[in-house]
Design a protein around this ligand. Structure first.
Ligand code: SAH
Length: 242
């Protein structure tokens, strides 16, 4: 099941951190590394820091955007050193390990890490259904990127060994499985265009409204069939307007 778990590093600055993250992953049985426009990669320093995990580096998928890295994932969790928007469901590292491992028994999941200096930006956190925080002493909450990957990979590995298993979904029907990140993104875009076309926003801030909708659907985790129904409704509303 660990094969269903992607570790996504966004815009990493130091190649050494990429190598150290690959090593941390391999130590804990994770192999699927995604790099979203890394600053300096491939690099000798990354390979050196990966030590015997260069195979993880060699298989790493390099993409330009976070959306590409998340394609096909039905659960996305984003890590943050600071707890931000309270509207987002938040879990600590232990809960994250259990959540991701349990969900990975059913579909692909992703755990997203931010830049060394500025972490994940708000528009990137909006792709996530959960925010993950590693509890720290209040004096200093920001871990080194690769060490944060280590702690969370360890928690996933520990959860995989605990023997506890969630009941697998009885339904095998594709349409009854949770929608993937790309399907949700397309739905949000469709919502935005329809609402905009209906002059719904008016005085409301579109960004805030869309964030609320993301929260709503992040909590309810709609299936592919449900997303299709909603998009059918949106298309009907768009048609009526014309
Ligand atoms: N100033 C940035 C810190 C970035 S640290 C911020 O406030 O987010 C680089 C990355 O390491 C973060 O984006 C996150 O992915 C991970 N990280 C560091 N400390 C963490 C913590 N306490 N909990 C969860 N992730 C953490």
């Amino acid at each position: 099941m660990l094969d269903n778990i992607r570790i996504v590093l966004v815009n990493t600055f130091h190649p050494g951190n990429i190598g150290a993250a690959a090593r941390a992953m391999k130590n804990m049985g994770l192999t699927r590394l995604y790099l979203v426009s890394p600053k300096d990669y491939p690099s000798f320093e990354a390979s050196q820091r990966a030590s015997s995990a260069t195979d993880v580096l060699e298989k790493a998928v390099v993409v330009d955007t976070l959306a590409e890295a998340l394609e096909g994932c039905s659960l996305v969790a984003g890590t943050t050193a600071r707890l931000r928007s309270v509207q987002w469901p938040q879990v600590d590292s232990r809960q994250c390990g259990e959540l991701l491992f349990n969900e990975s028994e059913q579909h692909e999941v992703a755990l997203v890490f931010g830049r060394e200096r500025t972490g994940l930006h708000n528009d990137e956190l909006e792709h996530c259904q959960y925010l993950v925080n590693i509890p720290t002493h209040e004096a200093y909450s920001s871990l080194n990127l690769a060490q944060a990957v280590q702690v969370l990979s360890y928690e996933i590995f520990t959860a995989s060994r605990s023997g506890e298993r969630v009941q697998k979904l009885a339904s095998k029907d594709e349409s009854d499985r949770e929608a993937t990140s790309d399907q949700l993104e397309n739905m949000y875009q469709h919502f935005f265009e329809t609402m905009d076309g209906l002059a719904f926003f008016g005085d409301r801030n579109p960004e805030h409204v869309m964030r609320r909708l993301r929260c709503l659907f992040g909590r309810s985790r709609p299936t592919r069939r449900e997303v299709q129904i909603l998009r059918g409704l949106l298309s009907a509303a768009q048609g009526r307007k014309k």
